[in-house]
Ligand binder design. Structure first.
Ligand code: ARG
Ligand code: ZN
Length: 426
């Protein structure tokens, strides 16, 4: 049977039946010469047509929602892709004409002025630049040193390449407080996610005095960088700026597991691949990766204390709740929708941008083995969300570092809404 026909539910397992296709971008040159197309998917027919060309060709998807798909178009496949889309009668627009130019704007060098200020502050992190893992960890060390009475740091595991997975705990000081888990950086190329989480951490520590009362009554467990190996790879000299997975050894250029398909709830279901080269490779088994195992073990230990779970991604501006493995809603979905709406409304008022709130399989697509479903099902965490940060595609993954503060504030509102819900109900 032909793979990828829309009638077949397993068509979502893209990548499985096409080992001949260069799913993984092998060099950064390909990335900097690339364009991004937004293909509009208006109905079932478009969906089927898109699946048909995708299963036969080399199309890399960057983002997908119900109404459109963003695809990376490398220089070598530009003409062919246009022909295919035309012959399938699919409408598209050029979202990013020159990705290389966008990448150049993404993370400007630190000015001398900033460097001097940085020299005096006890750590190297700024919120105007994307920083390497070392600087991020340096900031966490600094906070633990500076706010000894309520901040503690621990290592919850190590990555494939031996990097520490650092967790910062920010305590309320109340003995039976509910807790919120916050993580970022599970997908390597989503640099804004870790930067946002660190910005939230700053508000919870350095600016603690300004916090709304409810937020002070909650404990926070925060892992700003879940996938340090992938992140470093996406920064390195022969970096592939669009690397998504971890760096689990594989064969040839086909390495890495999509950590957000590796969690142990409904592992192996829709929207996952068993093909090592795929960007959504689910790994050898549930929680097979040290990074997912570390998170799952830790949350397992802290249940039922952890009652909120927020995992930050980019892009698209969504606040999503389970289930993600299929188009099904949890029994308490109305609570999740309500709290998500409160956050989105405040972001709209204060920041002037719109976040869409809804169930993740319905708003985006079904994808099993993600962190949010695991947290809800096994962690028994009531308020579980995946937040897709800015923007809506003009920069996509390479959103400039000047947006870190704005995203930090967006993220803060989600944390605040969840904290309020927990304090009210306890
Ligand atoms: N962009 C995220 C991903 O593809 C969305 C995950 C949403 N959650 C889910 N369980 N599918 O990994
Ligand atoms: Zn992601």
């Amino acid at each position: 049977k032909e793979s990828g026909s829309a009638e077949d539910e397993s068509s979502e397992e893209y990548g499985v039946n096409r080992p001949q296709s260069p799913t993984q971008i092998s060099s950064n040159e390909e990335v900097s010469g690339a364009k991004v197309f937004r293909v509009s998917i208006k109905d079932k027919n478009d969906e089927r047509d898109f699946e048909r060309i995708r299963s036969k060709t080399f199309i890399d998807m960057l983002h997908r929602s119900k109404s459109d798909v963003d695809i990376l178009v490398r220089p070598s496949t530009y003409e062919k892709t246009k022909d295919l889309l035309r012959s399938a009668n699919l409408d598209y627009e050029i979202l990013i004409d020159n990705l290389g130019k966008r990448i150049e704007l993404e993370n400007p060098a630190i000015s001398e002025e900033t460097a001097e200020l940085v020299g005096r502050q006890g750590h190297k992190l700024t919120f105007e630049h994307y920083h390497r893992v070392e600087d991020q960890h340096g900031y966490l060390d600094y906070l633990a040193e500076t706010y000894k009475d309520y901040v503690t740091l621990e290592s919850i595991g190590t990555s494939h390449e031996g990097r520490e997975l650092k967790l910062i705990k920010i305590s309320s000081g109340y003995p039976n407080a509910s807790a919120i888990w916050i993580d970022g950086g599970i997908h390597a190329r989503e640099w804004i996610a870790s930067a946002t989480v660190l910005h939230i951490v700053r508000e919870l520590t350095e600016y603690r005095d300004n916090l709304p009362e409810e937020m002070k009554q909650v404990d926070y467990y925060v892992v700003p960088m879940v996938n340090p190996d992938g992140y470093e790879f996406s920064h390195s000299a022969y970096r592939n700026r669009l690397w998504r997975k971890n760096r689990a050894p594989g064969s040839g250029s086909c390495q890495g597991v999509d950590l957000n398909r590796n969690y142990g709830y409904k592992w192996g279901g829709k929207g996952t691949s068993n093909y090592k080269c795929s960007d959504i490779f689910r790994g050898a088994g549930p929680n097979s990766e040290p990074e997912t195992k570390a998170v799952a073990n830790y949350i397992g230990k802290k249940k039922p204390e952890i009652q909120g779970f927020l995992t930050f991604h980019s892009y698209g501006q969504y606040i999503l709740y389970p289930w993600g493995y299929d188009k099904k809603l949890p029994p308490d979905y109305e609570d999740l929708q309500r709290v998500g709406d409160i956050a989105a409304q405040r972001i709209k008022e204060k920041q002037g941008v719109k976040y869409k709130v809804g169930n993740s399989a319905n708003m985006l697509y079904a994808a099993a083995g993600a962190a949010d479903d695991w947290a809800k099902a096994y962690g028994k965490v009531k308020y579980t969300y995946t937040v897709e940060l800015r923007d809506e595609g003009s920069y996509g993954f390479v959103i400039p570092s000047s947006e870190i503060t704005a995203c930090g504030k967006d993220g803060f509102e989600v944390v605040r809404a969840v904290a309020e819900a927990l304090v009210k109900t306890s």
